[in-house]
Every structure is written in C-alpha cells, then in structure tokens.
Write a protein that binds this ligand. Structure first.
Ligand SMILES: Nc1ncnc2c1ncn2[C@@H]1O[C@H](COP(=O)(O)OP(=O)(O)O)[C@@H](O)[C@H]1O
Ligand code: SF4
Ligand SMILES: [Mg+2]
Length: 330
C-alpha cells in the first residue's frame, strides 16, 4: 500500500528569538501535519507560540526570530532553507494566510478590488480586465452583496466582518492548497464570527483546500475542525481527532481548557477563563514539563524530565507522564 505524504508536515520545529537578555524559545519541538482538504485547529492560550508557528510555516519568520531546528514540508518539498524568492513563490499560491486584524493587512488607501487584482496579477498572467472580473467573482464567492459596487470601495467603507471577507477573498485569489487563518474572528462580534467561520467551512468544502485554524478559543475548534493540536508554552502537548479530544482528553492541560468552557453546546464562544497560575516564562523554561507549575497531577518526575509528544494510540498523541484516565473502555 502506498501512502501519500500529508499536504503539510512540520517536524521538530524550533524557533528561537535571540535578544540582548538571552534567547526565547517560542516554538519548541513542534510537530504537526495537515492532510489535503483537512481542517485542523491549533489551540492555546495567548503567547503559546501559535502565531510564530504559523508565520514560520508561511516563511515570514524574520530576525530576531530564527528556525533553530526542524523541517517544514509542503507536499513532500522541504521549505526550510528556501530563498526569499522561492518563499514568495510558495506564499500566496500554495499557502495563504488570513490574520486577526484585516485593517493591518489591507492597504487603507487602495480600493479593495484593486488590492485583489494586484494579488491575482502577481501570481497569474491574467490581464487587468480579467483580474478585475475575477476580483468581482471572489467578492461574490465570499458572500459580499453587490460585489460590482464593493470592488470600488476602500477598506474603511466596509464593516469589520466585510473586511475579513475581503481578506479571505485575497487569500483565496490564487487558489491555495492550504489556508492558515490566525484568529480570523477574534476581533469580530459573536454573530459575525459565526458567519465568517461558516463561510470558511463552505469555501473549504467547495475548493477542497486544507485549513489551519488558529484560535485561543477551544469552543471554535469543536465546531469547525477535524483534528486539534493543543499548544502550551511553545509545544504541542496533545493532538487528537476533534471529537475524541473533547470527549476524552488525556493531557491535564487539555482537560483544564475543556473544564473552563461552560458547555460544549454553548452557542456563545466567550474568551477562556484563565486556568489558575500563568504559563512559564519562555526565557526560563525548566528541564521538566512546562505545565508542571499549574498541574494537579505533577510529580517529582514532571519537575525534572520533559515528557515528549508521543503517539500513544493511532492518531492520538500526548506529552505527559501521568495522563488523565481514559473515559473510554479500551
Ligand atoms: N518579535 C518577537 N520578539 C521576541 N519574542 C517574540 C516575538 N514574537 C513572539 N515572541 C515570543 O514568542 C511567544 C509566542 O508568541 P505568539 O506565537 O505570538 O503567541 P500566540 O500567537 O500563541 O499568542 C511570545 O510569548 C514571545 O515570547
Ligand atoms: S507531565 Fe506531569 S506536570 Fe506535565 S501535564 Fe503530565 S502530569 Fe502534569
Ligand atoms: Mg497569535
């Protein structure tokens, strides 16, 4: 039996920021993979290394950040070590990204249609007229009403939700195989959040692309993704098919995250209430488990030896010496 490689395969990725006061390991031995057409979630508290991981996969890690170790393969091709020019070929055409704040990514002085046209023309040889027609099609695809009128509007003339739709249209303009959405709805109200996530789900199904949805809100991961990767202090600490992660978490941190949401059926995705204590200082990580200071199950072993992320069951991995007992009969 031959197996196709995953679309994206990140292995043992380590990203370090060198500063005058020493180095900070923002991403620490992260491994994750995304299959074609799959939607994964990367979940974790603020500062856990989600955005640095995403930016590194996009080839956007800039000094003082550097890849200290690891591999990023897209459809089997190694991306670590590509030149800037080679990265530009990957970005936008194979991998595209949507950020939390569309106002920071959109040019305020340029009509939204023109911005989409420029992105299209950068990656294709369509004429200006063809690119404009495509821009209208894309605005229509992201369910913007009256797209022919909207192409000639400026970002400030649009609502927050519409601006995020424009960002998605921009990201889709070159038909990426992987869309990375970094907290795409965090700045939006709950109803608009829902609409944008539904839209991404529909587009994902229509276009067959894979999606990496990054969120601090584990509730969002429940409804929209196939597999969840939980990050803590720069590490992936648990990964599992979404349903199993929610019904039977094994890593104590995942358990704490799940305990902190009121109900899985809750329609309102409120920000996570804080788990007691705070994440460790990444500049002073101890040799032990990074969750040990907050973990009710911690033992002496946890304080001195870091547990590796190990696949304990098919498709399920966790990094913990004393996992929570499984609720499922084995
Ligand atoms: N430009 C930077 N310079 C130094 N350290 C950084 C920089 N960007 C990120 N970091 C470090 O990486 C950590 C993870 O950041 P980030 O990936 O943005 O977290 P998240 O997206 O999960 O909230 C931060 O807590 C910080 O310590
Ligand atoms: S390794 Fe120890 S401290 Fe870390 S999560 Fe597991 S039980 Fe808790
Ligand atoms: Mg972030």
């Amino acid at each position: 039996m031959t197996t196709t490689p995953p679309l994206l395969e990140v292995e043992n990725l380590r990203v370090v920021f060198d500063g005058v006061l020493g180095s900070v390991t923002a991403v620490n031995d992260v491994s994750l993979s995304v299959d074609r057409g799959q939607t994964i979630a990367v979940v974790g508290e603020s500062g856990s290394g989600k955005s640095v991981t995403a930016r590194t996969i996009m080839g956007l890690s800039t000094p003082p950040g550097r890849i200290a170790e690891g591999s990023i393969r897209l459809a089997g091709r190694e991306l670590v070590g590509l030149t800037d020019r080679q990265w530009r070929g990957v970005r936008g055409s194979q991998i595209a990204m949507v950020f939390q704040d569309p106002m920071r990514s959109l040019n305020p002085t340029m009509k939204v249609g023109t911005q989409i046209e420029e992105a299209i023309r950068l990656h294709t040889d369509l004429s200006k007229k063809q690119a404009r027609a495509r821009a209208v099609e894309l605005l229509d695809a992201v369910r913007i009403a009256a797209p022919r009128r909207r192409v000639d509007e400026y970002p400030h003339q649009l609502s927050g939700g519409m601006r995020q739709r424009v960002m998605i249209a921009l990201a889709l303009s070159c038909g990426p195989e992987l869309l990375i959405a970094d907290e795409p709805t965090t700045a939006l109200d709950v109803t608009t959040q829902q609409q944008i996530l539904d839209l991404m789900g529909e587009l994902q199904a229509d276009m067959g692309m894979a999606v990496m949805l990054i969120t601090h809100d584990i509730g969002i991961a429940a409804s929209y993704t196939d597999t969840v990767f939980v990050m803590y202090a720069g590490q992936v600490v648990e990964s599992a098919p979404t349903r199993r992660l929610f019904t039977d978490p094994r890593m104590p941190y995942t358990r704490a995250l799940l305990d902190s949401i009121p109900s899985l059926d809750s329609p309102a995705h409120e920000p996570l209430p804080a788990i007691e204590g705070s994440p460790p200082d990444l500049a002073e990580l101890s040799a032990g488990c990074s969750f040990s200071a907050r973990c009710p199950r911690a033992t002496q072993t946890c304080l001195t030896q870091r547990p590796a992320l190990i696949e304990h069951e098919a498709g399920r991995a966790w990094a913990c010496w004393h996992p929570v007992e499984s609720k499922e009969a084995s």
